[in-house]
Design a protein around this ligand. Structure first.
Ligand SMILES: [Mg+2]
Length: 312
């Protein structure tokens, strides 16, 4: 199996998270001042609202690691065991008092802390359609790249530990389907082929129609024209998914597209993580400049994990 795309996707989450940590919660104007537009000038520098050190993992990478460790600790075993292990890793992370944690993530993990039932802990009402489960779901796509049924079931169940709303669960499923296709198939990465991939995801009858509509709406939109990035919808899971589709269909090099995404500001680290995972699956590890990769706190562990997932 081609380890390159697996590693590109998993490291891409960390690259996007650590680049976007600088511009999280800023306006577009502020974000553009903080990060240069040119890849050769843009560095992972940390800072931002929470004062990150350069290359530090924020919640997006930390919770992605929780899923990575759950898969590897169970030897990519039974679905229920993976969900239980992931919930335990996530809870331990919360108990260590992270600098930044999303509201729905916190609420779901507190319920899990009391009940120890990861299959009923998630928040399931219309106001909890955040991007907090989509940002951690790349390991599902890689661990289950060859098994569409288990991939869908686990993407949904792992989302529902915290984000049980159907839109969040189905967004994770469709995102993982796209990434799995990109890492295992050998089709050309031209725009027409990728559009076809998105169109078949949008037409999936098992998926909530709101998710398909978000995919369709993003297809002909440049990254900078995706709606909601800097307003009240900035943390909405379908804003992030739309941005990801627009980025996937953008024919520029992945690093350039990702840099534009984090320079939009808003929920920049999470959008960066979600888009970074997709673009790394599209273009492979070489998509990311060596100096960005070298800055990442969890570079070695994610590289090793990508190899394990690819070897299956
Ligand atoms: Mg974050």
């Amino acid at each position: 199996m081609d380890t390159d795309r697996f590693a590109g996707a998993l490291l891409g989450v960390h690259v996007g998270d650590s680049l976007g940590a600088t511009t999280e919660f800023t306006s577009r104007t502020q974000a553009r001042r903080m990060l240069p537009a040119n890849i050769d000038d843009a560095e992972i520098v940390g800072g931002g609202t929470f004062g990150w050190t350069a290359g530090a993992a924020t919640d997006d990478t930390d919770l992605t690691l929780a899923l990575v460790r759950a898969y590897l600790a169970t030897d990519i075993g039974a679905s229920d065991a993976v969900v239980e292990a992931a919930a335990d890793h996530m809870l331990r992370w919360m108990q260590a008092d992270p600098r930044d944690i999303g509201g729905t993530t916190s609420q779901g993990l507190r319920t899990y802390e009391r009940s120890r039932d990861p299959f009923r802990s998630g928040v399931d009402h219309g106001r909890s359609q955040g991007n907090g489960s989509l940002m951690r779901t790349v390991p599902v796509a890689l661990a289950r790249a060859h098994d569409a049924n288990r991939r869908a079931a686990e993407a949904s169940a792992l989302s529902a530990i915290t984000h049980a709303h159907v839109v969040c669960r189905d967004a994770c499923v469709v995102y993982c389907d796209l990434i799995a296709g990109l890492v295992i198939e050998t089709f050309a990465r031209d725009r027409e082929t990728l559009r076809g991939l998105v169109a078949s995801g949008a037409a999936d009858p098992r998926s909530d129609p709101r998710v398909g509509a978000a995919l369709d709406a993003a297809v002909d939109r440049p990254v900078g024209a995706v709606e909601g990035v800097n307003d009240a919808a900035s943390g909405w899971v379908l804003t992030a998914l739309g941005l990801t589709v627009a980025a996937l269909l953008d024919e520029r090099p992945a690093a350039e597209v990702l840099l534009e995404v984090v320079r939009l500001g808003g929920d920049a680290d999470t959008n960066g993580a979600i888009v970074g995972g997709m673009l790394g699956a599209r273009d492979g590890l070489s998509a990311w400049p060596d100096r960005w990769l070298a800055a990442l706190e969890h570079h070695d562990e994610l590289t090793m994990a990508a190899r394990r997932f690819a070897d299956r």
